[in-house]
Design a protein around this ligand. Sequence first.
Ligand code: GLN
Length: 303
Amino acid sequence: MDLTLLLDKIILDVEDKGARGTVADYIPALARVDPSHFGMAIAELDGTVHGVGDWQHPFSIQSMSKVFTLALVLAQADGADVWRRVGREPSGDPFNSLVQLEHEDGIPRNPFINAGALVVTDELARYGDAADELLTFLRTESGDPGLTVDAEVAASEAEHADRNRALAYFMAAYGNIRHPVPEVLDQYVRQCSIAMSCGDLARSALFLARHGIRNDGSRFIGQSEAKRINAVMLTCGTYDAAGQFAYRVGLPAKSGVGGGILAIVPGRCAVCVWSPGLDKRGNSVAGATALARFTTMTGWSIF
Ligand code: GLN
């Protein structure tokens, strides 16, 4: 299959559709991003990357960071202990919702909603600063040593983090956040504010397409862990739209409010698409359309 030709067709299809959604405005620095951006990259198992549009343009990875922090925790010897502190069920609620936490004793439904990701960050903080650990991993896997936290986005997010602060303090009351909340929040905000391009993200996520093997051929996580992360991406990676997303796209995927969506075709490739306009659930409108076109045209869904 000629992937460059495929990407050229997808970008034309997406442009034809017109609808782009609206940029996230609860983090003011994200509201300033030009909604007309569109980029898409496909990384093949051997590391070859194909891209179209703004695929080399860095953007805020936001919740896509949650896939990598979960993997970094699961890569630790006792990493699976994190499942005592966070579930694996879709929440059916918005990504920043507080409602289930009280009924469920401070145990978040899954690691990809904000409450769950805060627990994962708290767990990763046992081994070092979570955002620094993540940056080290992403710099190595992407091959781009210049990757960094976007300080403006981080400051803007930190200033508007009352919901996340509330989630963290609430879970701390149940003993499910163990480090001081301001430290966990700071690490979480910086991990979300890392800026990367579609090409860098697709390359960095290849371990999930290779059943746990990193770009240098070494094992990062076990085959079962890779299967499990992909499974949780499918069921929880696009929040309360995960059912609709699985129906339309049929791939494990993780979105972020920066407008990125990362999708995995196990055994074949990793795909990242970016368009900042979001739907009401916080998923990129053109990104979802592009991924739906991708699986329809290639037949590369997991179903
Ligand atoms: N940093 C964002 C937040 O905590 C991430 C949310 C997202 O990308 N869905 O709200």
